[in-house]
Design a protein around this ligand. Sequence first.
Ligand code: ZN
Ligand code: ZN
Length: 191
Amino acid sequence: MLPAERQQQILKWLEKEKTVTVSELSKRLDVSEMTIYRDIKPLIDQNKILKTSRGISFIQTSPILSQNCTYCYKDANTRHSVQLIKIDQTIEHNCCPHCGLLRYSDIEDQVSQIICKDFLSGTTISAKIAYYLIGADFHMNCCKPQAIVFESYKQIEQFQKGFGGSIFTFEEAISELKRRMKNPHSDHCSS
Ligand SMILES: [Zn+2]
Ligand SMILES: [Zn+2]
Protein backbone atom coordinates (compact mmCIF):
# COMPACT_ATOMS: atom_id res chain seq x y z
CA MET A 1 0.00 0.00 0.00
CA LEU A 2 1.28 3.48 -0.82
CA PRO A 3 1.49 6.09 1.95
CA ALA A 4 -1.29 8.06 0.26
CA GLU A 5 -3.52 4.99 0.27
CA ARG A 6 -2.82 4.39 3.93
CA GLN A 7 -3.67 8.00 4.68
CA GLN A 8 -7.00 7.64 2.90
CA GLN A 9 -7.69 4.46 4.83
CA ILE A 10 -6.77 6.09 8.13
CA LEU A 11 -9.09 9.01 7.42
CA LYS A 12 -11.90 6.62 6.56
CA TRP A 13 -11.51 4.75 9.84
CA LEU A 14 -11.30 7.97 11.81
CA GLU A 15 -14.39 9.34 10.20
CA LYS A 16 -16.29 6.27 11.36
CA GLU A 17 -14.60 5.59 14.69
CA LYS A 18 -13.55 9.16 15.67
CA THR A 19 -10.45 7.99 17.58
CA VAL A 20 -7.95 5.24 16.79
CA THR A 21 -4.63 4.52 18.48
CA VAL A 22 -1.38 4.41 16.54
CA SER A 23 -0.65 0.84 17.64
CA GLU A 24 -4.10 -0.23 16.40
CA LEU A 25 -3.40 1.43 13.04
CA SER A 26 -0.02 -0.25 12.78
CA LYS A 27 -1.67 -3.63 13.38
CA ARG A 28 -4.49 -3.05 10.91
CA LEU A 29 -2.20 -1.77 8.18
CA ASP A 30 0.59 -4.20 9.00
CA VAL A 31 3.28 -1.52 9.10
CA SER A 32 5.45 -0.21 11.95
CA GLU A 33 4.29 2.53 14.30
CA MET A 34 7.08 4.68 12.88
CA THR A 35 5.49 4.38 9.47
CA ILE A 36 2.11 5.35 10.90
CA TYR A 37 3.65 8.44 12.48
CA ARG A 38 5.17 9.36 9.12
CA ASP A 39 1.82 8.80 7.42
CA ILE A 40 -0.16 10.89 9.82
CA LYS A 41 2.26 13.78 10.09
CA PRO A 42 1.03 15.53 6.92
CA LEU A 43 -2.57 14.95 8.04
CA ILE A 44 -1.80 16.64 11.34
CA ASP A 45 -0.10 19.51 9.50
CA GLN A 46 -3.18 19.93 7.32
CA ASN A 47 -5.40 20.04 10.39
CA LYS A 48 -7.31 16.98 9.28
CA ILE A 49 -6.54 14.98 12.37
CA LEU A 50 -5.55 15.69 15.92
CA LYS A 51 -3.13 13.88 18.18
CA THR A 52 -4.71 13.18 21.54
CA SER A 53 -3.75 11.26 24.63
CA ARG A 54 -5.79 8.31 23.39
CA GLY A 55 -4.34 8.23 19.89
CA ILE A 56 -5.42 10.24 16.93
CA SER A 57 -8.80 11.81 16.34
CA PHE A 58 -10.64 13.05 13.38
CA ILE A 59 -11.20 16.80 13.18
CA GLN A 60 -14.70 17.57 12.04
CA THR A 61 -13.70 20.14 9.49
CA SER A 62 -17.19 21.29 8.70
CA PRO A 63 -20.27 19.29 9.46
CA ILE A 64 -22.14 22.40 8.36
CA LEU A 65 -23.56 22.00 4.91
CA SER A 66 -24.41 25.61 4.48
CA GLN A 67 -24.03 28.81 6.38
CA ASN A 68 -27.61 29.73 5.71
CA CYS A 69 -30.15 30.11 8.46
CA THR A 70 -32.06 26.85 8.80
CA TYR A 71 -35.22 28.75 9.69
CA CYS A 72 -35.49 31.62 7.20
CA TYR A 73 -32.67 30.63 4.75
CA LYS A 74 -30.99 34.03 4.91
CA ASP A 75 -27.21 34.22 5.28
CA ALA A 76 -26.52 33.21 8.87
CA ASN A 77 -23.07 34.70 9.02
CA THR A 78 -24.12 37.63 11.19
CA ARG A 79 -22.80 39.08 14.42
CA HIS A 80 -25.91 37.96 16.30
CA SER A 81 -26.06 34.47 14.82
CA VAL A 82 -27.26 31.52 16.89
CA GLN A 83 -25.92 27.95 16.72
CA LEU A 84 -27.86 24.82 17.48
CA ILE A 85 -25.57 21.91 18.29
CA LYS A 86 -27.50 18.75 17.68
CA ILE A 87 -27.23 15.36 19.34
CA ASP A 88 -25.91 13.88 16.10
CA GLN A 89 -23.00 16.41 16.30
CA THR A 90 -24.14 18.52 13.38
CA ILE A 91 -24.47 22.25 13.80
CA GLU A 92 -27.26 24.42 12.51
CA HIS A 93 -26.82 28.13 12.04
CA ASN A 94 -29.50 30.72 12.48
CA CYS A 95 -29.24 34.35 11.45
CA CYS A 96 -30.56 35.83 14.68
CA PRO A 97 -32.18 34.92 18.03
CA HIS A 98 -35.62 35.15 16.42
CA CYS A 99 -34.83 32.23 14.09
CA GLY A 100 -32.66 30.43 16.65
CA LEU A 101 -35.40 30.27 19.26
CA LEU A 102 -38.16 29.34 16.84
CA ARG A 103 -36.01 26.68 15.20
CA TYR A 104 -35.10 25.33 18.63
CA SER A 105 -38.74 24.96 19.57
CA ASP A 106 -39.35 22.99 16.33
CA ILE A 107 -36.55 20.48 16.87
CA GLU A 108 -36.01 20.71 20.63
CA ASP A 109 -35.52 16.98 21.20
CA GLN A 110 -32.67 16.84 18.67
CA VAL A 111 -30.71 19.72 20.18
CA SER A 112 -28.02 19.21 22.78
CA GLN A 113 -26.92 22.83 23.05
CA ILE A 114 -28.03 26.23 21.83
CA ILE A 115 -25.48 29.00 21.71
CA CYS A 116 -25.92 32.70 21.03
CA LYS A 117 -23.95 35.90 21.37
CA ASP A 118 -24.37 38.65 23.91
CA PHE A 119 -25.64 41.70 22.06
CA LEU A 120 -23.18 44.12 23.66
CA SER A 121 -19.98 42.15 24.05
CA GLY A 122 -20.37 39.53 21.33
CA THR A 123 -19.42 36.87 23.90
CA THR A 124 -20.70 33.38 23.20
CA ILE A 125 -23.21 32.24 25.81
CA SER A 126 -25.68 29.43 26.30
CA ALA A 127 -29.02 30.67 25.04
CA LYS A 128 -30.81 28.96 27.91
CA ILE A 129 -29.32 31.25 30.53
CA ALA A 130 -29.57 34.47 28.50
CA TYR A 131 -32.20 37.22 28.76
CA TYR A 132 -34.17 38.44 25.77
CA LEU A 133 -35.53 41.87 25.04
CA ILE A 134 -38.52 41.73 22.74
CA GLY A 135 -40.39 44.69 21.31
CA ALA A 136 -37.60 47.22 21.85
CA ASP A 137 -37.44 50.27 19.63
CA PHE A 138 -34.11 49.24 18.15
CA HIS A 139 -33.53 47.60 14.79
CA MET A 140 -31.12 44.75 14.27
CA ASN A 141 -32.00 44.54 10.57
CA CYS A 142 -32.93 40.90 10.75
CA CYS A 143 -36.10 38.90 11.36
CA LYS A 144 -39.10 40.28 13.17
CA PRO A 145 -40.35 40.17 15.84
CA GLN A 146 -36.76 40.45 17.01
CA ALA A 147 -35.24 39.31 20.27
CA ILE A 148 -32.08 40.95 21.57
CA VAL A 149 -29.81 38.74 23.68
CA PHE A 150 -28.10 39.81 26.88
CA GLU A 151 -26.01 37.83 29.29
CA SER A 152 -26.44 40.23 32.18
CA TYR A 153 -29.77 41.20 33.71
CA LYS A 154 -28.37 44.57 34.75
CA GLN A 155 -27.41 45.41 31.17
CA ILE A 156 -30.69 44.30 29.69
CA GLU A 157 -32.50 46.50 32.20
CA GLN A 158 -30.36 49.48 31.25
CA PHE A 159 -30.93 48.84 27.57
CA GLN A 160 -34.66 48.51 28.21
CA LYS A 161 -34.69 51.95 29.85
CA GLY A 162 -33.39 53.47 26.66
CA PHE A 163 -35.18 51.40 24.03
CA GLY A 164 -38.25 49.93 25.71
CA GLY A 165 -39.49 46.40 25.14
CA SER A 166 -40.02 43.59 27.62
CA ILE A 167 -37.52 41.20 29.21
CA PHE A 168 -37.96 37.45 28.90
CA THR A 169 -36.09 34.31 29.86
CA PHE A 170 -35.32 31.64 27.25
CA GLU A 171 -38.55 29.65 27.50
CA GLU A 172 -40.66 32.78 27.89
CA ALA A 173 -39.02 34.39 24.87
CA ILE A 174 -39.97 31.42 22.69
CA SER A 175 -43.64 31.65 23.64
CA GLU A 176 -43.59 35.43 23.29
CA LEU A 177 -42.13 35.24 19.77
CA LYS A 178 -44.74 32.67 18.77
CA ARG A 179 -47.51 34.81 20.24
CA ARG A 180 -46.31 37.86 18.33
CA MET A 181 -45.95 35.87 15.10
CA LYS A 182 -49.62 34.94 15.31
CA ASN A 183 -50.59 38.48 16.10
CA PRO A 184 -48.14 40.80 14.32
CA HIS A 185 -49.81 44.02 15.43
CA SER A 186 -49.06 43.38 19.07
CA ASP A 187 -45.47 44.27 18.23
CA HIS A 188 -46.43 47.91 18.45
CA CYS A 189 -48.14 47.84 21.81
CA SER A 190 -45.46 47.94 24.44
CA SER A 191 -46.45 46.39 27.68
ZN1 ZN B 1 -33.11 33.32 10.04
ZN1 ZN C 1 -32.84 36.71 11.33
